[in-house]
Design a protein around this ligand. Structure first.
Ligand code: GLP
Length: 242
């Protein structure tokens, strides 16, 4: 794993956007895996800026998102469809038909997972952006998820629902299920960029970087087995690393 140490959130956002811009400029049809959560918001702002300054275009970009809540419509402000549109896609020249996000409203969720997974595999993600949950989850792959998992339906951990409840009016409103790319699906990405910022992630990051242990109990640990992972983390997140 390559580790890029940055001073804080702003530098992380700028540097990760530079890295993404380089990839977009050097590829004819870049396939990018996007993540949600608070962590990549700064990166998305920087990408929009680069697009406005005509440094990059998303005309040929194909986008795949990691996950989506079950039962939230696209128009729901807490759905990841809504998040991606507001925070990124609507500001860019990306073609709507190249945007792929699992449909948590599908009538047949199992079928949705299968088709989504097939599509991801066919296209092959050039770079997958990842954030990390406090319990080491990536996407919505909670502790205990098989490393062999493909896109699937998950029951969200109480701790994840609690953490994400900050976006909802109350904990009760946070969905109990989600669709997520599986660990094996994520690991097929050619390159992975894990962004970690802030003191509250320092325990989780220490668990990832201070040990060589790869265990399903800590999903992010699988990243140790990937041949091209960049972890970009700031001072606060790195403060428990020895
Ligand atoms: C959420 C998302 C993940 C995200 C993680 C961390 O539950 N499903 O894709 O990476 O939690 O979120 P944050 O960046 O807000 O800390």
């Amino acid at each position: 794993m390559k580790i890029i140490h940055v001073s804080g959130y702003e530098e992380m956002s700028g540097k990760s956007a530079d890295l993404m811009a380089e990839l977009i400029q050097n590829s004819n049809n870049p396939v990018i895996g996007f993540a949600t959560g608070s962590t990549p918001i700064g990166l998305y702002k920087c990408l929009i800026k680069k697009y406005r300054q005509k440094e990059i275009s998303f005309r040929n970009v194909t986008a795949f998102n990691l996950d989506e809540y079950v039962g939230l419509a696209k128009e729901n402000k807490n759905s990841y469809h809504y998040y991606m549109n507001e925070k990124l896609f609507k500001h860019l020249d990306i073609s709507r038909r190249n945007i792929n996000i699992p449909n948590g409203m599908a009538e047949d969720l199992e079928q949705e997972c299968l088709s989504y997974d097939r599509l991801v595999s066919e296209k092959a993600i050039d770079i997958q952006i990842l954030g990390m949950g406090l319990n080491g989850h990536i996407g919505f792959n909670e502790p205990g998820t098989s490393f062999k998992s493909r896109t699937h339906i998950v029951d969200l951990d109480q701790s994840t629902r609690q953490a994400n409840s900050r976006f909802f009016r109350s904990l009760d409103e946070v969905p109990t299920k989600a669709l997520t790319m599986g660990i094996e699906t994520i690991m097929e990405s050619k390159r992975i960029l894990l962004l970690v910022s802030g003191n509250e992630k320092s325990e989780a990051l220490a668990r990832l970087l201070n040990s060589t242990r790869v265990s399903q109990e800590f999903p992010a640990s699988i990243l140790r087995k990937h041949k091209d992972v960049t972890v970009m983390a700031d001072d606060a997140a790195l403060n428990k690393i020895h």
